[in-house]
Design a protein around this ligand. Structure first.
Ligand code: FMN
Length: 202
C-alpha cells in the first residue's frame, strides 16, 4: 500500500467497499514535491479508459506545473478560497468536456447530453488511480470559466468543467487554522437509503 500521507481519512463506510474508494479524499494540504511523470501519465491513462456514450471520450485535460507561467495563469482563475491552498500542489489541471458529438460525414455536430457525465467518469477513474499511487486529487468548481477560456482559448465546443490539484498529501498543520480544521473534520455522506430507491420514488 502506498503511504496515504500525514492524514488518513479513510471513509467510515456502512458496508465494505474497495480500499481505494474508502481511502480517496480531497485534501487541501499538499507537499511541494513534484509528481513523477510516469505517475502522471498513469492518471491520464486511467481516465482514457473510462466508459463514455458511443465511446465519444469527451474528456480533455490541460496540465500545468507549479513554477511555470501557465500554472500561475490557471491558478489566477480560481476563487479566493481555493487560491489559498491550491497553489501549493505541484500540478494544477483543468478538465474539460467536449459538449458536442463532432460532425461525421453528412451528419452535423450535435449536442452530447452526457458529456459532463462522461468527464466525471474519467475524473473518477483518475482519482482512484491517484489513490493507488499514493497521490491525492482535489477537484474544484470554484473557478471563473470565462477567465480560463480567456487564458487558454479552447477548441470549439470544449468547456472547462472542473479544475483539480494533483500531488502528495501534506501536513494539515501547515495550513491556516480554519482550513486545517476542515482537513480533519469527520467525513459525511447522505444515507444510502436517501439516494437509492427501489421500484419507484415515494
Ligand atoms: C465537481 C467538484 C467541484 C468541487 N469544488 C470544490 C471547490 O471549489 N473547492 C473545494 O475546496 N472543494 C471542492 N470540491 C471537493 C468537495 O468539496 C469534496 O469532494 C466533498 O466535500 C467530499 O469530500 P471528499 O472528496 O474528501 O470525500 C469539489 C468536488 C467536485 C467533485
Amino acid at each position: 500500500m502506498p503511504d496515504p500521507g500525514p492524514t488518513n481519512r479513510s471513509a467510515p463506510v456502512d458496508v465494505p467497499v474497495h480500499h481505494l474508494i474508502r481511502d480517496r479524499w480531497s485534501p487541501r494540504a499538499f507537499l511541494p514535491d513534484p509528481v513523477d511523470g510516469e505517475d502522471l501519465a498513469r492518471l491520464f491513462e486511467a481516465a482514457r479508459w473510462a466508459p463514455s456514450s458511443g465511446n465519444s471520450q469527451p474528456w480533455r485535460y490541460l496540465v500545468t506545473y507549479r513554477g511555470e507561467p501557465a500554472h500561475q495563469r490557471l491558478l489566477a482563475t480560481l476563487n479566493e478560497g481555493n487560491r489559498r491552498w491550491a497553489g501549493a500542489a505541484p500540478v494544477l489541471v483543468a478538465s474539460y468536456a467536449q459538449v458536442t458529438f463532432p460532425a461525421k460525414g453528412d451528419r452535423p455536430a450535435r449536442p452530447n447530453p452526457t458529456a459532463l457525465h462522461d468527464l466525471g467518469m474519467a475524473n473518477a477513474l483518475l482519482a482512484i488511480q491517484a489513490t493507488a499511487l499514493g497521490l491525492h486529487v482535489h477537484f474544484m468548481s470554484g473557478f471563473d470559466q470565462e477567465a480560463v477560456n480567456a487564458a487558454f482559448p479552447p477548441p470549439p465546443d470544449v468547456q472547462p468543467v472542473a479544475v483539480f490539484t494533483v500531488g502528495h498529501g501534506g501536513d494539515p498543520q501547515d495550513l491556516p487554522e480554519d482550513l486545517a480544521a476542515r482537513e480533519t473534520a469527520p467525513r459525511a455522506r447522505h444515507r444510502r437509503e436517501a439516494v437509492v430507491v427501489v421500484d419507484g420514488w415515494s
